[in-house]
Design a protein around this ligand. Structure first.
Ligand code: HGY
Ligand code: MN
Ligand code: MN
Ligand code: MN
Length: 428
């Protein structure tokens, strides 16, 4: 389906992987955690510095840069048929607390380098090529994952909810956005929604965040589907009291209710009967958080996913039932049980998978089809555009921690496949 190949042009087709590595290292210095950890949260000063760094590289690559009301950043290379739906690629540069410097970043800096590869190759795009830096993929600040790509995909509920959303320091979404220079003129975010058909394809390069490619010695992972994520916020409340003076029969310990529910999450996930069902409690706050005070409030946030949506939804129902049972048995109140998001999985477009396979073969790179257990902005871009994703190996599959690492060679392979796939899709 894609007649454009590596031999269609004669100029050198090569990645400047030294410069790419230098850029990865430089970007990682815009962080609120000491190296080698990276923390870069939406709309913070470090995030603004990192955005400036990326916009500068987009400009140097000859791209025309625009930003939308929430800070999704677009770098465009006009094709010779500029009215055709463009081909887009991109990822994110926000980093959860104490994480690594490759998650998301490889798909943004790698995309800019892919554009430079194509320019050095004297490629002329038919369909315009556009790089998207999604304003924030991680849920860190406002508890909403893929905030930028959900809005690009036209999430009206989210656009409304953001008017009443505050972060952990009670800063409103709009005040935070304005502090970073966004959302200055409008509280109505529908200007962010992309029209369907804006793109003929959206593809994302990302580290695998799993061990399979490294263990099997495969250079490129070609994603066929992205697992269905869900997150739940739960609050238990009890009467608290003195840790010494209140006798056990008279206690209603909110903390113990929360930890019992955390173990119930594990139980319900394991009883799903599939290795593809996962769940954890990544946030557990006890109030007042004093050793000798019985917790009067417990706030917990649950992340559960599965490649099978129905199976995942069954787990959520069981967790909800357990929360009610535990509250009753322990005489605490379940003051909040809020499903923050419960998203369907996304399937990759067959013709994009084929283009990626063809590109990998022409570059003599081993490749394999696989699912993505991590979610990505591609999960939401798939709602408004044919989608594809490719992975490169990362050290022991580590991610969301400072030991996260991808080798220069693996990044070079990923950028070559990305560049050649973009060329094929642009000429299709
Ligand atoms: O959590 C995720 O799956 C993504 O890496 N933020
Ligand atoms: Mn991540
Ligand atoms: Mn990511
Ligand atoms: Mn809460």
């Amino acid at each position: 389906t894609h007649s454009f190949t590596l031999t269609s042009l004669s100029a050198p087709f090569s990645v400047d992987s030294q410069t790419l590595q230098k850029q990865i290292d430089e970007l990682s210095t815009f962080s609120d955690a000491p190296a080698p950890a990276v923390t870069r949260v939406l709309y913070t000063d470090k995030d603004v510095l990192a955005r400036r760094y990326i916009k500068n590289l987009m400009g140097l690559a000859g791209l025309s840069v625009r930003e939308d009301a929430v800070g999704n950043i677009f770098g465009r290379w006009d094709g010779y048929e500029p009215d055709l739906p463009a081909v887009a690629t991109g990822s994110h540069i926000d980093a959860i607390p104490y994480s690594g410097k490759y998650d998301g970043v490889v798909g943004v800096l790698g995309a800019i380098e892919a554009i430079n590869v194509l320019k050095r190759w004297a490629f002329k795009p038919k369909r315009s090529l556009e790089i998207i830096l999604f304003t924030s993929e991680e849920p860190t600040r406002f508890g909403i994952s893929c905030l930028g790509s959900r809005l690009l995909a036209g999430d009206e509920t989210l656009a409304k909810a953001l008017k009443a959303t505050v972060d952990g320091q009670n800063i409103s979404f709009f005040d935070a956005a304005r502090s970073a220079g966004y959302a200055r003129y409008e509280d109505d975010l529908s200007s962010v929604f992309l029209k369907k058909g804006t793109y003929s394809a959206f593809i994302e390069l990302h580290i695998e965040q799993g061990p399979i490619l490294e263990v099997e010695g495969v250079a490129i992972g070609i994603v066929t589907a992205i697992a269905a994520p869900a997150s739940i916020k739960v609050d238990f409340e009890g009467s608290g009291g003195h840790a010494g003076a209140v006798l056990m029969p008279n206690r209603n310990d909110a903390g113990l209710a929360a930890v019992e529910l955390a173990l119930a999450v594990e139980k319900h996930v394991l009883e799903s009967g599939s290795i593809d069902t996962v769940g954890t409690v990544g946030i557990l706050d006890l109030h007042p958080g004093a050793i000798n005070s019985i917790p009067s409030k417990a706030h917990m946030e649950i992340d559960t996913r599965d490649i099978d949506e129905k199976r995942r939804n069954t787990v959520i129902q069981k967790i909800h039932q357990s929360a009610n049972t535990i509250a009753k048995n322990r005489r605490v109140s379940l003051s909040e049980f809020k499903i923050v998001n419960q998203d369907p999985p996304a399937l990759s477009e067959k013709s994009i998978i084929e283009a990626m396979e063809a590109a990998s073969k022409e570059l003599n790179l081993t490749n394999k089809l696989m699912i993505s257990r991590a979610y990505h902005d591609s999960l939401f871009m798939a709602r408004i555009s044919p989608m594809g994703m490719m992975f490169i190996p990362c050290y022991k599959g580590y991610s969301h921690k400072p030991e996260e690492y991808a080798s220069q060679d693996d990044m070079e392979n990923g950028v070559m496949v990305l560049a050649l796939t973009l060329a094929k899709l642009s000429m299709s």
